[in-house]
Design a protein around this ligand. Structure first.
Ligand code: FMN
Ligand code: FE2
Ligand code: FE2
Length: 390
């Protein structure tokens, strides 16, 4: 069992077998459901875990308690990956008080029909909970990324319990327990951030300004962060929809391979012109969540897609729908469409980008008829110049 500080222990669990996080995101290295316990005059347990791991978590808790009984279960977030073991916890420790915001307590009832929770303490932004030497102070974090989310700070040890913010995919036994010992924290933290919270940049920005100075950050997924300075800079860029890395992201969706060849040719042209980084995603076969991540990471994107039933090839349509759902904005895009009899992909892509905030389509869209023809090269060169100079 890991010590976060002298009195704060990690009691979370790894899930190495979950097929998809939130039934949508692949987990190459699993996921952790983090939970902590503060051992003071009063004992506070910080969040439960997914119902898939209730027994293992209760076992970790029992070991950490060394014969004591918990006084409080603090519920920062009611999504089932963290609240799925609240009822089981209360069966084992019926005297414990559930500490949560009013909305979280309402959701607790909704998720547990017929169950009564007699011992509850409702807290709101700014409230404190004294534990002895330690005192918890609550920070409301509405819509980061659910409405009931709260964070809390242990004022004695300056540990921030940040709920899903600062989380990362990957089980701690497979990656690292401490973020500073993680080979590449940002990669899977970025995929997590944009796909889970991307839409809520303003709310994340707002809560960032309410955080204590230089805390140890104890999130609900992924490594514990001892030095948050660089990570705060990333969060500030991400939540303000700023450009993290200079370069161009090319997303392509091809039925028979011809549009894919055009996309790869454009990548070569961009590199030859000195583009600092060209990232690619085959929207039909690669992880589209990785594509969402890269769309937000780079300031510029090229979409290349086949026409399909007088519309847009569905993997490209799905991807643009995801970008729109996650609040894609402040970006320059260029378009390539392919069609054999009546190209229609470009019209749909233009309509979808027009519905997003401050997304500018630059250059002249390139229309390929079935397959790339040498005569298409000047138009691709011009498109590359347009996106590079945008
Ligand atoms: C089911 C299906 C529907 C298609 N619908 C259209 C269409 O509405 N208009 C069009 O010009 N081409 C249409 N196409 C042709 C594709 O756009 C064609 O595959 C493309 O021109 C070649 O690029 P690719 O090799 O990247 O798929 C369709 C192809 C398929 C398989
Ligand atoms: Fe969540
Ligand atoms: Fe979560």
């Amino acid at each position: 069992m890991k010590e976060i500080t002298k009195d704060i222990r990690y009691i979370g669990v790894d899930d190495n077998d979950l097929d998809l996080f939130e039934s949508q995101y692949i987990l190459p290295d699993g996921i952790s459901y983090n939970s902590y316990v503060i051992l003071d005059t009063k004992v506070a347990v910080m969040d439960s875990v997914d119902a898939r791991k209730t027994q293992e978590w209760l076992q970790n808790l029992e070991e950490a308690l060394e014969g004591r009984k918990p006084d409080y279960l603090v519920v920062h977030h009611m999504e089932p990956d963290h609240s799925g073991s609240v009822a089981a916890f209360l069966e084992k420790y019926p005297q414990a008080t559930v500490v949560a915001g009013a909305m979280a307590l309402k959701f607790l009832g909704q998720f547990n029909p017929g169950k009564v929770f007699p011992n509850t303490l409702t807290v709101k932004d700014g409230d404190t909970l004294p534990l002895g030497a330690h005192t918890l102070k609550f920070i409301a974090a509405p819509m980061v990324h659910w409405p009931e989310v709260m964070m809390s700070v242990d004022q004695q040890d300056n540990v921030l319990f940040s709920a899903d913010a600062f989380g990362k995919f990957g089980a701690l036994g497979k990656t690292a327990f401490w973020a500073d010992e993680d080979d590449d924290w940002a990669c899977e933290a970025r995929r997590y951030y944009f796909n889970i919270m991307g839409k809520y940049g303003p709310q994340v920005t707002k809560v960032l300004s309410a955080l204590p100075d230089k805390p140890v950050v104890a999130p609900l997924h992924g490594p514990v962060i001892r030095d948050v300075a660089e990570i705060l800079k990333l969060y500030s860029t991400w939540s303000s929809y700023g450009v993290e890395t200079p370069g161009v992201f090319i997303a392509y969706a091809s039925i028979h391979g011809n549009t894919a060849k055009v996309a790869l040719t454009l990548a070569d042209i961009l590199r030859a012109k000195g583009c600092p980084k060209v990232a690619l995603n085959d929207l039909t076969r690669d992880d589209q969540a990785e594509g969402v991540e890269d769309a937000f990471r780079y300031g510029k994107m090229v979409m290349a897609a086949a026409s399909y039933d007088a519309g847009l090839f569905t993997p490209a349509y799905d991807f643009l729908h995801k970008l729109q759902a996650k609040g894609y904005q402040n970006r320059k895009v260029a378009l390539i469409e392919n069609g054999t009899w009546a190209p229609s992909a470009g019209r749909v892509m233009k309509e979808m980008f027009a519905a997003m905030k401050n997304v500018e389509v630059v250059g002249n869209m390139v229309t390929i008829k079935s397959t790339m023809n040498p005569a298409d090269l000047p138009a691709l060169e011009a498109l590359a110049d347009a996106i590079l100079n945008a």
